[in-house]
Design a protein around this ligand. Structure first.
Ligand code: AMP
Length: 283
């Protein structure tokens, strides 16, 4: 696997590949890789001539500086996992390489409702940071295919919007890959590494509460079902940012299902100082 640390070098190399007609798949990550990330790499490897992964813990998307400082880093193991998965290239930049001048932070991406609902509401500025880094990465890599995880459902919507805003939607095809889970149902996440043994046991309540809603939403009383699911979470020690059933396309709240609407349940909750998110498409 080739490792590039310099944006210009990767950009130059990727340009040469593209001129040869090579299909390039791209998987952006923040590292501390787990099988969920690797499932994205596998999907890309199967469909492209070259797969490029990036590892960059993006400071501009952390609204809580402590969360940024504590973000797990396991770079040696990450490299081994990527090599095992036959990833061709790793882009491993440092912060000045991604943000060479301060002007970049003055740019505002118009994200509309995506910035007001759910993650947008609870993490002010987060999606501006996500757009900043993904915009820069896409300019460097210019992939044909971009692989994202449904685990970050709203982020997928934001990146789709970004790709339209920067007029790359005719060039880049976005692929949303399903969420890989631990055997008990907990969504794999780099942040799970920060849970102690007891917290790890309790964390499964996130999946259980989503499954409870999935099993019961057809009965009509969605607010009542959500109240009971919230009790499951708080009973396990979680502090909930949100647990909501929404329309899957515009994230507007849903009180009862009409039998046709595509709906989703999304959750974000803290177990002590570890914030976990998850979601489940309900129909
Ligand atoms: P992250 O390193 O958390 O920024 O994630 C990098 C990419 O991997 C994002 O597109 C995530 O949605 C995706 N991802 C994270 N966790 C999972 C998972 N459990 N299953 C599938 N994809 C995931």
């Amino acid at each position: 696997m080739l490792i590039f640390r310099k944006a210009k070098e990767l950009s130059y190399w990727a340009d040469i590949q593209r001129k040869k007609g090579t299909k390039v798949g791209f998987v952006p990550t923040m590292g501390a890789l787990h099988p969920g990330h690797i499932s994205l790499i596998n999907t890309s490897v199967q469909a492209n001539n070259i797969t490029i992964a990036s590892i960059f813990v993006n400071p501009t998307q952390f609204n809580d500086p402590k969360d940024y400082e504590k973000y797990p880093k396991t770079i040696e193991n990450d490299i081994k996992m990527l090599e095992m998965a036959q990833c061709n290239v790793l882009f491993l930049p440092d912060v000045p390489e991604i943000y060479p001048n301060k002007a970049v932070s003055e740019f505002h991406y118009y994200l509309g409702f995506l910035e007001k609902r759910l993650e947008g509401e609870f993490r002010p500025g987060h999606y501006q940071g996500v757009c900043m880094v993904v915009h820069r990465l896409l300019d460097i890599v210019n992939p044909d295919n971009l692989y994202l995880g449904q685990k970050d459902y709203q982020q997928c919507m934001v990146i789709k919007k970004l790709v339209e805003l920067i007029e790359k939607d005719a060039i880049i095809t976005i692929h949303i890959c399903s969420t890989l889970r631990e055997p008990d149902g907990l969504a794999m996440s780099s942040r799970n590494m920060r849970l102690n043994k007891e917290e790890r046991k309790k964390a499964v309540s996130i999946y259980n509460s989503l499954s409870y809603i999935n099993a019961n939403f057809r009965t009509g009383d969605i607010p009542g079902i959500i109240t009971r699911a919230k009790k499951m979470l708080t009973g396990a020690g979680f502090n909930i940012d949100y647990l909501e059933v929404t329309d899957a396309t515009d994230l507007s709240p849903v009180q009862s299902w009409d039998g046709n609407q595509k709906i989703i349940v999304l959750v974000a909750a803290f177990l002590n100082d570890v914030r976990l998110i998850d979601n489940m498409i309900l129909n």
